[in-house]
Design a protein around this ligand. Structure first.
Ligand SMILES: Nc1nc2c(c(=O)[nH]1)N[C@H]1C(S)=C(S)[C@@H](COP(=O)(O)OP(=O)(O)OC[C@H]3O[C@@H](n4cnc5c(=O)[nH]c(N)nc54)[C@H](O)[C@@H]3O)O[C@H]1N2
Ligand SMILES: Nc1nc2c(c(=O)[nH]1)N[C@H]1C(S)=C(S)[C@@H](COP(=O)(O)OP(=O)(O)OC[C@H]3O[C@@H](n4cnc5c(=O)[nH]c(N)nc54)[C@H](O)[C@@H]3O)O[C@H]1N2
Ligand code: SF4
Ligand SMILES: [Mo]
Length: 706
């Protein structure tokens, strides 16, 4: 007999409610949960593919050990003992910094990795901590730290109440939203238009989101900081700055910084006419409920630090920060600020720098731009062993080929990952966790970036088998083996093993803003169990100045780190550049590098193509469907050509996460649609010098017929 189970989809930031019909141990269907108060029945094709993921015969379920090219299964105790002993040996030989860590994106969607995973990795004491953060949102986090006092205080657009949504470097119709947890963005944008509001997209590609917008403006990649400075220039020049009730420092500095950036100067750099810059600024300034939302296009570029900061700042300068319809701070039931510091994740920037090239630390992590050199450069502190967890850096980090070589030189590597993929095939041991349907779920990280305050707990749908382990159990097993003498270990594992991550969340819920202080009806895991569709805690509320973590309880509009990065921006745009540059893109049926093993997601025309404007194609003798060679200093790939006027002239686009057919992987579907890895041609030396974030976007390329 089939039964229906309700839970959250953990595959992207939208956190949609799914209704999963099961018969015995088989998933019969996955649909949107109409009763979920937040997603109201919406899901995307990836949600349906949860079934494929769970039943994927390629998904590993027991530890595997590699000798040469041969993998042999291991028991859990044997595997955890072996991994711990290897790591201990490396630490004894070379010191604690010799153990490196890379954490990938699914960490943010995984309660076990957010709790026990952090406890394990953050207490290793190594300076060689890396993650996808520096390929992604680091500039937003730095801006939150500098302006609001805490790296986790990233404000989110109040999309449901705004009348002007300006979208800079984000494509939520493909990505389903990021640092803006908002299921069914398409309808939320439609609702803005329905109430007479407007959506404006600024993007080097006329994206799926731009197609639905009221206006789309092409912007030359990596010139966002210039656009935003010109807009701020207009605000001051036309006396339109309005801080409202906000108390802030740095207004005079901001005026001075923006002063040289007239719209006339910004126009040839950005590709946006001066009058359009003025018009955009006036709309933002005069619409009562308006927001400028910037996402990954703003971050992963040469001036990601400046652009992310200016994007928050312009909302503050136009009175749209912390106001309904603007950029707001959430009130999540589990407050990530105290939780993170409890788990060893403290904020900070450039308190120390990397050993080899002096890149700045952020939140105790080094940027991925320092990863390979820290493995390959001999000396004290060189990485000799590596733990990867929920990450696939061979495909996701720039300079993938060199990174792959570097991983091959390690004395020991262990991967906590369900797949034998491009990265984990280089590990000595793979420790595969249970499937998302076998574990409990609470969006401890993403709820903090949701456009409504919500809470939802999902118990496991299927019990894990006796020979399977959750991520958190794997992390706990390693933690106790690495940190405790064998006598105390059994007891610690029993006690902590009984508690599980639910205990952490339960305490956080009870002590959080919607917990005990709300009296009898306060949230707890038990309360949430009674409401399997989730609880809606209402629209975002104004939180300032209380929520600020700055000492003076003011917003810092113009922190020094940004002021000192301004000369670099001036130097960069002294002359005009016209070279062909490459950006990335996302597709609704894709999820970075790791959902390509689902038949239903990858079917259809090839997705790993080079999009190019007709004029640029003609100039290079390229025709639609032909093969093109994309080359840079670090490598070359060959991909099919898609000629399209949705691209800005002078800009081409290739998505990341492809390049599957590597020898020794176990991805039977993905390897039939391998594509090429764009990160094999993205130069790891291209960085945002302020933050250390990889400049994945705006890579100059040579494109020729293959
Ligand atoms: N050129 C270019 N490169 C990019 C980007 C880009 O736009 N352009 N985007 C960047 C961004 S934003 C990101 S976030 C990174 C992503 O970079 P990564 O996080 O390194 O890559 P993913 O493809 O997300 O790989 C996720 C891995 O986690 C495993 N996994 C999935 N679920 C679980 C789980 O529950 N537990 C465990 N233990 N493992 C799991 C998968 O099998 C896979 O190996 O890529 C970055 N790279
Ligand atoms: N379907 C799907 N959904 C995903 C993912 C996925 O791989 N597939 N990945 C998830 C992850 S890890 C993340 S971080 C989020 C990201 O979520 P989004 O930020 O929405 O990601 P993208 O769809 O890549 O949109 C970025 C946009 O920036 C544009 N762009 C590139 N360079 C520049 C620039 O210099 N300036 C400006 N203004 N625009 C620029 C690109 O053309 C693109 O349209 O998506 C998440 N959701
Ligand atoms: S939008 Fe994201 S959370 Fe919603 S079903 Fe798709 S992958 Fe899952
Ligand atoms: Mo990401």
């Amino acid at each position: 007999m089939a039964t229906t189970h309700y839970r959250s989809c953990p595959l992207c930031e939208a956190t949609c409610g799914v209704a999963i019909e099961v018969d015995g141990d088989r998933v019969v269907s996955v649909r949107g949960d109409d009763a979920d108060p937040f997603s109201k029945g919406y899901i995307c094709p990836k949600g349906t593919a949860l079934a494929d993921l769970h039943h994927d015969p390629d998904r590993l379920t027991q530890p595997m050990r590699r000798t040469g090219d041969t993998w042999t299964p291991m028991g859990w105790d044997e595997a955890l003992d072996y991994v711990a002993s290897q790591l201990r040996e490396v630490r004894a030989r070379h010191g604690k910094h010799a153990i490196g860590v890379y954490q990938g994106n699914p960490t943010a969607h995984n309660l076990g990795l957010l709790t026990y995973g952090q406890l394990l990795l953050r207490t290793l004491g190594t300076r060689n901590m890396f993650s996808a953060t520096s390929l992604d949102q680091l500039p937003h986090m730095l801006a939150a730290l500098q302006m609001f006092g805490n790296q986790l205080l990233m404000p989110v657009p109040d999309i449901d109440r705004t009348d002007l949504f300006i979208c800079l470097g984000a494509n939520p119709l493909a990505s389903n939203g990021s640092l803006m947890t908002a299921p069914d963005v398409r309808n939320r944008l439609k609702a803005i238009q329905g109430r007479g509001g407007k959506v404006i997209v600024l993007d080097p590609r006329r994206t799926e989101t731009a197609e639905k917008a009221d206006q789309h403006l092409f912007i030359r990649p990596a010139t966002d900081a210039v656009l935003l400075l010109a807009m701020i220039h207009v605000l001051f020049a036309e006396n339109r700055v309005r801080l409202g009730r906000l108390r802030a420092t740095g207004l005079d500095e901001m005026r001075a910084l923006a002063n040289p950036w007239t719209p006339e100067r910004a126009a040839p750099i950005t590709g946006i006419a001066a009058e359009q810059i003025r018009d955009l600024t006036r709309q933002l300034a005069t619409t009562e409920r308006a927001v400028m939302y910037g996402r990954i296009g703003v971050c992963v570029q040469e001036f990601g630090g400046l652009a992310a900061w200016l994007c928050y700042a312009i909302n503050a300068l136009t009175g749209h920060l912390d106001e309904p319809g603007g950029l707001m701070f959430s009130t999540p039931a589990v407050d990530p600020v105290p939780l993170a510091s409890l788990l060893g994740y403290d904020g900070g920037f450039a308190r120390w720098t990397s050993r080899v090239s002096g890149k700045p630390e952020f939140g105790g992590e080094l940027p991925m731009t320092a990863f390979v050199e820290e493995i390959t450069t001999p000396g004290d502190g060189q990485i000799r062993a590596l733990i990867t967890s929920a990450g696939n850096p061979v495909l996701s980090a720039p300079g993938g080929a060199a990174l792959e070589d570097a991983l091959g030189s390690l004395e020991f590597m262990v991967s906590i990952d369900p797949y034998l993929n491009e990265t984990t095939r280089l590990a000595h041991v793979i420790l595969p966790p249970t499937s998302p349907l076998e574990r409990s779920h609470y969006d401890a990280a993403l709820n903090a970036f949701a456009v409504r305050n919500i809470a939802k707990y999902s118990p496991p749908l299927f019990e894990r088998g006796p020979n399977e382990r959750h991520d958190w159990e794997i992390c706990l097993g390693l933690l106790t083996r690495l940190r405790l003498p064998s006598i105390g270990r059994g007891l610690a594992e029993k006690v902590l093993g009984k508690l599980g991550p639910e205990a952490v969340i339960d305490i956080a819920l009870r002590t959080g803003p919607w917990g005990l202080r709300r009296g009898f009806s306060g949230l707890s895991i038990a309360r949430l169990r009674e409401q399997p569709h989730g609880v809606d805690l209402g629209a975002l509320e104004s939180r300032l100045p209380g929520r600020l973590d700055t000492r003076d309880k003011k917003i810092h509009l113009a922190p020094d780190v940004y002021i000192s990065d301004m000369p670099r921006l001036h130097r960069r745009f002294e002359g005009n550049t016209t070279e062909l540059v490459m950006i990335g893109r996302r597709h609704l049926r894709s999820n970075n590098s790791w959902m390509h093993n689902s038949e239903r997601l990858v079917k259809g025309p090839p997705r790993c193509t080079l999009m190019i404007h007709p004029d640029d194609a003609t100039a290079r003798g390229l025709t639609d469907g032909a093969s093109a060679k994309v080359a840079t200093r670090v490598g070359a790939i060959v991909v099919p050509v898609e000629v399209t006027d949705t691209m800005m002239p002078g800009v081409v686009s290739v998505p990341h996460g492809w390049g599957h057919g590597k020898r020794g992987t176990k991805l039977s579907v993905a390897s039939t649609v391998p594509g090429a890895s764009v990160n094999d041609v993205i130069d790891p030396a291209r960085i945002d010098a302020l933050t250390g974030t990889s400049a994945l976007s705006g890579q100059p390329v040579e494109v020729t017929p293959a």
